[in-house]
Design a protein around this ligand. Structure first.
Ligand code: AMP
Ligand code: MG
Length: 325
């Protein structure tokens, strides 16, 4: 069944009110955040939360992140906040860091997917925090894309993926960070990164003055913790700089869209996207460029990997999952 998806403007007070009304009635509104667009629904409304899983075609065993507008909303979800958690909250919130806490018994197992923990984040965008603070307890807001597909960093991406399936999209322009939050588990004695993201392992260790573990693979249920995820429709391959020229070279009947950092080696490609060479810049452009490449009607998307890109776990994590077939 297709429904009408209203496009709302974050700069219009009337539209913010409409977004709140839709949410309070149990509807789904895609919201901009500094990381990626989230599919918001009132976290304490079971039917609304279920409808988020339905719109995304997301399996029920993948827990959701609760987005809060202020610290007092944390009280509904959590009662134990360790010193280390306090420390990172003080420095990183609001911002692109999700924390995993022991959950209060009242937290719906739909949100925690049966785990005894709950994931909480306070988004960086002021207007979104204000919107959430006006609603009871917070919003669940998984990325506003169909399950396993590319995350959306513009309202247009959300419309392409979920238009006709959700009640509204609040357009706030392009996301500034462009990559999903770092997920840090603060529920046990050891601090552990469950998903690499904008806050690096080194930064979190420095902030907390504690050892921060980042297991290469782990069994904890995290949506990002699947081999195939963040995928464009067009097949994607990762190619080292030294092999790039040969890979896309003449005599090959395939057409390629290439994300590269070194223009010389990509010159034979039909379509090229020159990526930024700095870490934050690369992250900001990654999904946006993959969306463009996916629309370029080529046979394959090729991503050049350099030693520098390989040293960025949050980027390699997304690229490896995007290339998994
Ligand atoms: P997304 O659905 O793209 O917003 O990603 C949300 C991420 O948070 C997923 O990777 C979830 O699996 C993860 N997550 C949510 N709750 C928990 C939890 N209690 N423990 C571990 N990971 C969680
Ligand atoms: Mg996602």
């Amino acid at each position: 069944m297709t429904i009408e998806t209203h496009i709302l403007d974050i700069n219009k007070a009337q539209d913010i009110q409409t977004a709140k009304d839709i949410l309070l009635q149990g509807g789904r509104v895609a919201i901009p955040t500094e990381t990626v667009y989230g599919l918001g629904a009132i976290a304490t409304n079971e039917d609304a939360v279920k409808s988020v899983f339905v719109a995304k075609n997301r399996p029920l065993d993948h827990p959701l992140i609760v987005h809060i507008g202020n610290e007092s909303q944390l009280n509904y979800w959590v009662d134990e906040i360790s010193q280390a958690a306090r420390c990172v909250m003080n420095v990183c919130w609001p911002g692109p860091l999700t924390l995993i806490f022991k959950k209060k018994p009242q937290v719906s197992s739909l949100i925690s997917a049966g785990l005894d923990t709950v994931a909480i984040r306070m988004p960086g965008l002021r207007s979104i925090r204000d919107l959430i603070a006006d609603l009871p307890h917070g919003l669940v807001a998984p990325s506003a894309n169909p399950h396993k597909q590319l995350s959306p960093t513009t309202a247009e991406h959300v419309k392409q993926g979920l238009g006709g399936k959700i009640e509204a999209i609040l357009d706030g322009g392009a996301c500034d960070v462009g990559l999903e939050s770092t997920i840090l588990d603060v529920s046990g004695n050891e601090l552990q990164i469950l998903r690499a993201g904008p806050y690096s392992q080194e930064q979190l260790a420095q902030i907390t003055n504690m050892h921060v573990a980042m297991p290469m693979s782990h069994s904890v249920k995290v949506a990002g913790n699947m081999k195939a995820h963040y995928q464009p429709i067009t097949p994607l391959v990762l190619v080292e700089s030294a092999e790039l020229e040969d890979y896309i070279g003449v005599g090959n009947s395939q057409s390629y869209a290439v994300l590269h950092v070194d223009s010389a080696s990509a010159s034979a490609a039909k379509i090229c996207f020159n990526m930024p060479t700095d870490r934050a810049g690369y992250a900001r452009k990654l999904y946006q460029t993959l969306h463009q490449a996916d629309h370029s009607k080529t046979d394959t998307i090729v991503v050049e990997v350099t030693p520098q890109i390989k040293s960025w776990p949050e980027i390699m994590n997304r690229l490896e999952r995007a290339s998994h077939r």
